[in-house]
Design a protein around this ligand. Structure first.
Ligand SMILES: Cc1cc2nc3c(=O)[nH]c(=O)nc-3n(C[C@H](O)[C@H](O)[C@H](O)COP(=O)(O)OP(=O)(O)OC[C@H]3O[C@@H](n4cnc5c(N)ncnc54)[C@H](O)[C@@H]3O)c2cc1C
Length: 441
């Protein structure tokens, strides 16, 4: 099969380097990643995906899979190979009676929330609308409803995959277990199905703290989530202001029935509060609080799950967030209290759900001349957090340079072997290796 056969066989467009739209089609969220694929196959369905796999095999091309294009490691694009681009497959069907949503392989959280919120339903997803539903789910999924409904992958109840040999597979329980965190290792998901939960509005928004109160406000955030409120998901972001002094942003998402919940009162009365944007709002509005420009900034993220955030580690974070001498990006602290802990250990391979927080040093910058310094900042900050590290790394935020031990540790030795056995069944040649890879063994 040559390129003109592929163009003929595929129902979606095939984009080559010399053609219009190539540069936009190869661009991902992370501007640090600048790669030139030989062929971009914009698939419109499972037959297209199978055709693209067959073309790659016939031409000895390496394969990358693109959903929302957000992965910070840039796994969705490669030099010289074939991209299976799902960005045109964005339909989300909702069955409100069964409370199930079926999301096509390239749908984004904006697509998903728009479709499900039309029925007053949700599943816990990502917090930026342009992130891919499948990419995020296959890596776990932490967001504004984690405390209420668990990781995104805990809500995954069905999947259709196209495997590298072109077979269409309806996931059984064993494969679903693997897909709950095992990444894009087993096939291209052309459809994922999710359990939905009723939700109309939330009390949410952004609380900003600055000045001398930041440390104490951060402690208040930690105290609030230590109480494991089931109806309050809460994330915190440490950054710096123009004077390079630490700032704190806390993003609560409350779904309970209290008119003045104690936890929100505590956050709002913490010292250093300079802006209070928390109010009742539609969930869709909460989901757009943190939208971020696509393909413009350079990113390098590294972090650790931790079981506790003692004063000593708080000091480490505050020290590192100001250490670069210019805004480094930020340090994201995601609380994993509540529903992630409820899940029966047999339903998912992930071990990090038992951790208290996911702490990530997210370097973000624009000038390529600053690449080295920002990457070093992220690495050094993550290294300083490392003494508290548990459970390996978070696949969704990993760079391509993470050692396999960090991927393995996110599952534990035995589940990793079980994942490898499934890899041998569905992708024995490791065609799908542009990911946080689970090698066939
Ligand atoms: C701005 C931003 C916000 C984010 N917010 C969150 C958040 O709130 N919570 C969170 O947990 N994570 C979040 N992430 C991380 C995100 O979940 C991961 O980077 C994820 O891999 C992105 O998926 P994608 O489809 O957008 O990315 P892509 O780069 O397109 O895909 C990443 C990888 O996922 C796999 N993949 C994607 N789609 C499929 C498919 N249909 N079938 C098989 N494999 C597939 C492939 O291996 C692919 O290489 C965020 C990232 C960014 C940049």
């Amino acid at each position: 099969m040559n390129v003109s056969d592929l163009k003929h066989a595929l129902t979606g467009p095939v984009i080559l380097p010399e053609e219009a739209g190539y540069d936009a089609a190869r661009r991902g969220f992370n501007a640090l990643v600048d790669r030139r694929p030989a062929v971009i196959a914009r698939c419109l369905g499972r037959d297209d995906v199978a055709t693209a796999f067959a073309f790659a095999e016939a031409n000895g091309l390496e394969v990358a899979v693109r959903g929302g294009g957000h992965n910070p490691a840039g796994h969705c694009v490669l030099d010289g190979g074939l991209v299976i681009d799902l960005s045109q497959m964005r339909t989300v069907e909702v069955d409100p009676d069964a409370r199930i949503a079926r999301a096509a392989g390239g749908s984004t959280w904006f697509d998903f929330d728009t479709a499900t919120q039309a029925f007053g339903l949700v599943t816990p997803g990502g917090i930026v609308g342009s992130t891919g539903v499948c990419g995020l789910t296959l890596g776990g999924g932490i967001g504004h409803l984690t405390a209420q409904h668990g990781l995104t992958c805990d809500n995954l109840v069905g999947a259709e995959l196209v495997t590298p040999d072109g077979s269409v597979v309806e996931a059984d329980e064993e494969l679903l277990w693997a897909l709950r965190g095992g990444g894009g290792n087993f096939g291209v998901a052309t459809r994922l199905e999710f359990r939905l939960h009723p939700l109309d509005g939330v009390v949410g928004g952004v609380l900003t703290y600055a000045g001398d109160g930041v440390r104490e406000a951060f402690r208040t955030f930690l105290d609030v989530v230590a109480g494991a409120p089931r109806d309050l998901s809460c994330q915190a972001v440490l950054g710096v202001d123009e004077a390079l002094a630490p700032t704190l942003v806390v993003i609560p998402c409350y779904t309970g029935s209290a008119s003045d919940p104690e936890e929100l009162r505590a956050l709002r009365s913490a010292p250093g509060l300079v802006d209070d944007g928390v109010r009742p709002r539609p969930f869709a509005e909460q989901q757009s609080l943190l939208d971020s420009p696509y393909g413009e900034q350079r990113h390098y993220w590294k972090g650790h799950f931790v079981n506790e955030l003692p004063d000593e580690l708080v000091d480490v974070l505050l020290e590192h967030v100001t250490a670069l001498g210019r805004p480094p990006g930020d340090i994201l602290v995601e609380s994993l209290h509540g529903a992630p802990k409820d899940v029966d250990a047999g339903s998912s391979a992930l071990t990090y759900r038992t951790a208290a927080f996911n702490v990530s040093a997210m370097a973000t910058w624009r000038d390529p001349a600053l690449d080295e310094e920002h990457i070093a900042w992220s690495r050094e900050t993550a290294a300083a957090i490392q003494p508290w590290s548990v459970s390996g790394g978070y696949a969704n935020y990993m760079q391509a340079d993470e050692p396999i031990e960090r991927v393995r540790a996110a599952f534990g030795a035995e589940p990793f072997e079980r994942l490898q056995a499934l890899k041998r069944r569905y992708d024995p040649q490791n065609v799908l290796r542009r990911n946080q890879n689970i090698p066939p063994g």
